[in-house]
Design a protein around this ligand. Structure first.
Ligand code: NDP
Ligand code: 2IT
Length: 448
């Protein structure tokens, strides 16, 4: 089996050698999915995974805009349309200076499996730009978003490809992007998700990724007769996903000790409560400041510069910032400090080395494509509401989100549980469950 996996990975490497993040995501999937393919005649010998690692379409485009000082800026825009076997391409847009083909292809590839797991009819895609929103005025953000959409609009549509937010793209950016799409197409459709409530958005969409991650962690803890009550939780990030993962953890009675951004982490030994979280939301969403600003108000807290929070002892770790933010040595530190559950709010935050440490120790570990699927699932619910021209209540959407997270957990158990010792390998479970639905659709549709 090892030989088959290596031959496959070498082939993918030959074609995509300069894309380390993409190769990392493919390796994690190939290790669990190829053995499954070999054992199942309907998939074997059809190059099905090889077809899945090749984007159906990868678009790059120029984005020119004028900054506040009158200077002309040039950025690069992308949309990777990875797989449309089970529905229109669906996935976020990321605006961050590190954005490139490798990052977006890894995200688009993960998205295919994640969207399949949600049980909703959505294919996988991802896009974005190397544009850096930090320090830009609202006017500059608007001009950039308008310029970006003035090209992207020809490639997307409510039945073709439905983008949403990701790092650097939140409610403000979705508004500007939607405005330009509507103007160019002269159509009011659900072409983007994460929209404002008064113009087609869904209740709970802002909360959904963070809440869903905690709902998934709750399900995992339940299998061990445990819950969030009284647990110490360490969270990374302080953006959309982190904020609502913290909110739900607090609601469930946990003590949240940390949050972070790219400059370091804050540690509050008394716990981040609702009032403190509201202040963090103000710092990050309104003032657009840094997490270290927390100390101006909460003086007893500590700021640890340029470090990730995994050195803080905890029961539950929720990585909610970015890819490869938790390495093998961090994973060992978490284990040594007694961590029993890791649920990823971010996409691929754990390196392959870290994943192997968690798997070997057989702790509760959920990969992002399972645990953070609540965001895109609720985007799917937003698409449904747009088609129905009807809105569900907060309680209705939250209930559906909980059900979806519970179903994803069941799928992981179905395909990931060891017969001999009952250990659930959520990586294996999520990869195979996600694969089966997409592969079946691809086989049914023939070689296209
Ligand atoms: P936001 O832009 O709202 O927040 C991102 C957070 O991560 C910020 O705190 C940011 O700090 C930090 N961060 C970003 N890049 C780095 C980096 N290179 N090193 C350290 N910290 C970094 O994004 P989201 O909260 O939406 O996204 C967070 C993660 O969750 C991403 O991996 C995203 O792909 C994933 N995700 C998001 C979903 C969504 O619905 N939004 C759905 C599913 C997954 P700083 O401000 O300093 O940049
Ligand atoms: O990674 C993700 O799942 C997202 N950024 C959300 C995608 C979406 O379409 O809501």
């Amino acid at each position: 089996m090892k030989k088959i996996i290596n031959e496959f990975l070498n082939l993918v490497k030959e074609r995509n050698g300069d894309e380390p993040e993409f190769l990392q995501a493919v390796e994690e999937v190939a290790e669990t999915v190829l053995p499954y393919i070999v054992e199942h005649d309907i998939y074997y010998g059809k190059n099905i995974l090889l077809r899945m690692v090749e984007p159906e379409r990868a678009i790059t485009f120029r984005v020119c805009w004028v900054d506040d000082s009158g200077e002309i800026q040039v950025n690069r825009g992308y949309r990777i349309q990875m797989n449309s076997a089970i529905g229109p391409y669906k996935g976020g847009l990321r605006f961050h200076p590190t954005v490139n083909m490798s990052i977006l292809k890894f995200l688009a590839f993960e998205q295919v499996f994640k969207n399949s797991l949600t049980t909703l009819p959505m294919g996988g895609g991802k896009g974005g730009s190397d544009f850096d929103p930090k320090g830009k005025s609202d006017g500059e953000i608007m001009r950039f978003c308008h310029a970006f959409m003035s090209e992207l609009f020809r490639h997307i549509g409510p039945n073709t490809d439905v983008p949403a937010g990701d790092i650097g793209v939140g409610a403000r950016e979705i508004g500007f992007l939607f405005g330009m799409y509507k103007k160019l197409k002269n159509e009011f459709t659900g072409v983007l998700t994460g929209k404002g409530l008064s113009w087609g958005g869904s209740l709970i969409r802002p909360e959904a990724t963070g809440y869903g991650t905690v709902y998934f962690a709750q399900k995992m803890l339940e299998t061990k007769g445990q819950d969030f009550k009284g647990k110490q939780v360490v969270v990374s990030g302080s953006g959309n996903v982190a904020q609502f993962a913290v909110e739900k953890s607090i609601q469930l009675g946990a003590k949240v000790l940390t949050m972070s951004d790219s400059s370091g982490y804050i540690y509050d030994s008394e716990g981040i409560n609702n009032e403190k979280l509201a202040h963090i939301m103000y710092i990050k969403n309104v003032k657009r400041g840094r997490i270290s600003d927390y100390l101006e108000t909460y003086k007893k807290a500590k700021f640890v510069k340029d470090k990730t929070p995994w050195e803080v002892a905890c029961d539950i770790a929720l990585p909610c910032a970015t890819q490869n933010e938790l390495n093998e040595s961090d994973a060992k530190t978490l284990l040594n400090n007694g961590c029993l559950c890791v649920a990823e709010g971010a996409n691929m935050p754990s390196t392959l080395g870290a994943v192997r440490v968690f798997q070997k120790a057989k702790i509760l570990y959920a990969p992002g494509k399972a645990s953070n699927a609540g965001g895109v699932a609720t985007s799917g619910l937003e698409m449904t509401q747009n088609s129905l021209r009807f809105n569900w209540t907060r309680e209705e959407v939250d209930l559906k989100l909980k059900e979806i997270m519970s179903n994803i957990h069941d799928s992981c158990i179905k395909y990931g549980k060891n017969e001999d010792d009952d250990y659930v390998d959520y990586v294996k479970g999520a990869n195979i469950a996600g694969f089966v639905k997409v592969a079946d659709a691809m086989l049914a549709q023939g070689i296209v």
